[in-house]
Design a protein around this ligand. Sequence first.
Ligand code: ADP
Ligand code: GLC
Length: 486
Amino acid sequence: MEVLSVASEVYPLIKTGGLADVAGALPAALATHGVTMRTLVPGYPTVMSKMTGGRVVMELDDLFGAPAKLIAGRVDGLDVIVINAPQLYDRPGNPYVSPDGWDWPDNWKRFAALGWVAAELGVGMVDGYRPQVIHAHDWQAGLAPAYIKFSPNADVKTVMTVHNMAFKGFFGGEIFGQLRLPPHAFGVGGVEYYGGVSYLKSGMECADYVTTVSPNYADEIRTPAFGMGLEGLLNGRADTVVGILNGIDTAAWNPATDPTLVQNFTVNTIHTRRVNKRAVVEKFGLDGADGPLFCVVSRLTDQKGMDLLLQAADGLVDLGGRLAVLGSGEPYLEDGFRHLTVKHPGKVALITGYNEALSHLMQGGCDAILIPSRFEPCGLTQLYGLRYGCVPVVSRIGGLADTVIDANPAAIAAEVATGVVFDPDSVHMLYEAIRKTVRLYSDEKLWKKIQRRGMKSDVSWDTSATRYAELYATLTGLKTNDHPDD
Ligand code: ADP
Ligand code: GLC
C-alpha cells in the first residue's frame, strides 16, 4: 500500500511543533504494516539544504504564479517529495511567519500549492507513482482532499488528520477564484466557510475520513466548547471521524541511548538521572536546592495555559520548587517569565528559542513537566516525560487525559499512577496540582515508583500505527500486514 503523507512539517527536516514529530515518526511505524509512506513537504531552505541527492520527478511551469520542480529522494531515513518552489518557500523565518513574526501574506497560496501538488500526485501525474491514499495533516494540507473531491478522474482515498482545531487556515473569499477549483466547490460541501475559505474545514468536509490525535479530543471537538465552530460538521459525519492516539519515536526518544543526555539511564538506573538534573540546573543558572525541579518545554501560548503558570509560579517557588522554562511564543508570556526570573533568581529560569537537544536533556533531568493546557489534541511532551521519568503534571483535557493516570489514592493503591492530573483552566487547580506534586516528590519511594511506571508505559506507535493501517485498508479495500487472513 502506498500512502502519500502531506505535511507542512516533518521531523527531522523541519519542525515547529508536535505535527513534525508525528509526520516524521509515522512512516517508520507503518512500514512494518506493509504501508509505504512518502511525505510531501514544502521546500523551505532547511529542507532544500538536505535534498542533495534527490531526483526531479516533475516540472511545473506555473505553480501558483511561478515555475517549480518536485524532487524525490530519501533523506534522514524518510522518503520525501519536496516542492522546490523558491518563490513560495525560499524565505527566512519559520514555515508560517516572517522573522518579525507576521504571517506571510501569501500563505493561502503557499499552502494551496501544497494541496494542489498532493492532488496531482494522487491522480498519477508522476510516472510510476500512484498512491492509494492521501493523508493530509492540519490546515496547511487541507485543500488536498478538496482538490481530489472536485477532480473528475481521482479515485485516490483521502484522510484528514486534525492536529489542532484552533488553526483553521481561514482566508477571505476573494482568493477562491485563484484556487483552481470549480465554482461549485465554493459551498457548504466544499471549501467555503462563513463567506471565506477555510483550508481545515475543506479537508474535514472533503476527506473520506477525518482523524484526530486522541480519542478524548475526538469526543471533545463534537461540542461547542472545543469544536471551534466545526462541531456541526463533525457531528454530521460522526461515523467517519475517529481519534487515534499519537505515539512517539521510541528510538529517537530512548533514555538508555539518547546522545543528548549527560547520563543515560534505564528504569533500573533511574537514580542516575540526577546527573542530568545537575546539568539542567547549571545550564539554566538555577540554585542547587533540594526540592523538585519542574520544567516547561512548550510553545508559550494561551492554549498551553502558560498565563496560568505565570500566576501559579510564586506558589511553586514558595513550596520549594524550581522552574526551568524552554519555549517561545506570545511576547507577553515571554516577558512574564522573564519578569519571574528577576523576581526569583536561582528559582525560575527561562531559555527562549527552539532547542531540540536541550528539550531532551530537560526530560531526562527534571523531576516533573508542567502541561496546564486549556485544550490539547494529544500532546507529546507528557509522553516524552513518561518515557524519561519526568513526571507529567497535566490538565484533564484532550490527549493529556488519555495518557496520564493521576496519582490519586485509588491509583496509588492499585499501582497504576503515572503523573498528576488536575481540572483545567484555573490558577487554583494548577497550584493545587503543584502542591500535590511537591508532596509526592517528598516520598522518595513513591516518587520513584511513579517514575518507573511512567517509563514502562507504552508510548510507542505500535497500537496506533495498526489503527492507521486498518483505516487505510478499510478505505481502499486493500490488504495490509494486519489482515493476513483476509
Ligand atoms: P504542540 O504541537 O501543540 O506544540 P506537542 O506537545 O504535541 O505540542 O509537541 C511539541 C513538540 O515541540 C515536542 O516535541 C516538544 O518537545 C517540542 N518543543 C516545543 N517547544 C520547544 C522548544 N522551545 N525547544 C525544543 N523543542 C520544543
Ligand atoms: C498539535 C497539538 C498537539 C499534538 C500535535 C501532534 O500541535 O497542539 O496536542 O500533540 O499537534 O499531533
